[in-house]
Design a protein around this ligand. Structure first.
Ligand code: 2AM
Ligand code: CA
Ligand code: CA
Ligand code: CA
Length: 263
């Protein structure tokens, strides 16, 4: 696989572009009646599902032995050596409001490790990709994290979970209380937010309640760009653990200390 991973990455990027084009065209035609609810503030449309089915078909043809772990569950997950971890439309809330950004997120896992990540923003036409250490790219050019050294004047993204449990609420309270010297942003696409840290546009991002398809590709791209990704305790359980702190590395400890201060 290692010799072919670059070639595979190029093909996956092409697939992401065609799914992104589909999303962009469909957004203009979207009606209120297309919107379904998974829960309060938690939307889905038939476009999420169609985009996912398109990805499953095309990625399945690239690597027939791979399984799929997808947000909309249009294909059943089976444990295999290779798994595509897919969010066909990351940023659905932006999408249904005619807003941006939104993205296509595709990670490839081999056993327990991600080996390829693609996040494509079709409106900005930004393709983030990585296949290993020091290979992170934006539109084919190398990227790396910011060198911002402290929370002072930090530019920090975050998200608000659809269902806010006590711990999630405490995290947000802690962040606002502790990080007064930062500028905060909510952009609404977790995958793009993590890649924004990877390319140095922002210094950090945190969110509780995220799922593997939100995090798989972006966290891999971030690490390949020199950044740090952990759960709220500083551990490795961010893919399935529903807790993510992504940063340029330099301010990671300060963020963790701020978030967990009164947990
Ligand atoms: P989605 O658009 O694919 O649902 C918004 O907060 C960002 O976080 C979006 O990228 C959204 O993905 C993602 N997200 C995933 N799980 C979430 C949750 N439980 N609550 C809020 N946002 C979630
Ligand atoms: Ca969703
Ligand atoms: Ca998502
Ligand atoms: Ca989604």
């Amino acid at each position: 696989m290692s010799n072919d991973i670059e070639v595979l990455c190029g093909k996956v990027a092409q697939i992401a572009v065609s799914t992104g084009e589909f999303l962009k065209i469909q957004q203009a035609k979207l009606h209120r009646s297309d919107i379904e609810f998974k829960g309060v503030r938690n939307y889905v449309t038939h476009i999420d599902k169609e985009a996912e089915q398109q990805l499953v078909k095309e990625l399945g043809a690239l690597l027939p032995e791979a399984s799929f772990l997808t947000e909309e569950g249009t294909v059943e997950y089976q444990k295999e050596r290779y798994t595509w971890i897919i969010d066909p439309l990351d940023g659905t809330t932006n999408y249904i409001h005619g807003d941006k950004p939104f993205s296509v997120s595709i990670g490839l896992k081999e056993d327990d490790k991600i080996i390829l990540g693609i996040v494509y923003d079709p409106v900005a036409e930004e393709m983030f990709s990585a296949t290993g250490k020091d290979t992170a790219q934006l539109n084919g050019k190398p990227i790396s994290v910011s060198n911002h050294p402290s929370l002072n004047n930090g530019y920090i993204g975050f998200g608000i979970p659809y269902s806010l449990d006590e711990k999630g609420e405490q995290i947000l309270k802690n962040a606002f209380a502790q990080f007064r010297q930062c500028s905060f942003r909510i952009k609404g696409s977790a995958a793009i937010e993590i890649c924004s840290v990877a390319m140095g546009r922002s210094d950090a991002y945190f969110h509780s309640g995220l799922s593997p398809w939100d995090v798989a590709a972006g966290s891999f791209i971030l690490k390949c760009a020199g950044g740090t990704c952990t759960d709220f305790s500083g551990g490795e359980n961010y893919l399935f653990g529903k807790e993510l702190v992504a940063s340029n590395g330099a301010i990671h400890r300060e963020i963790l200390q701020g978030i967990i201060t009164t947990l």
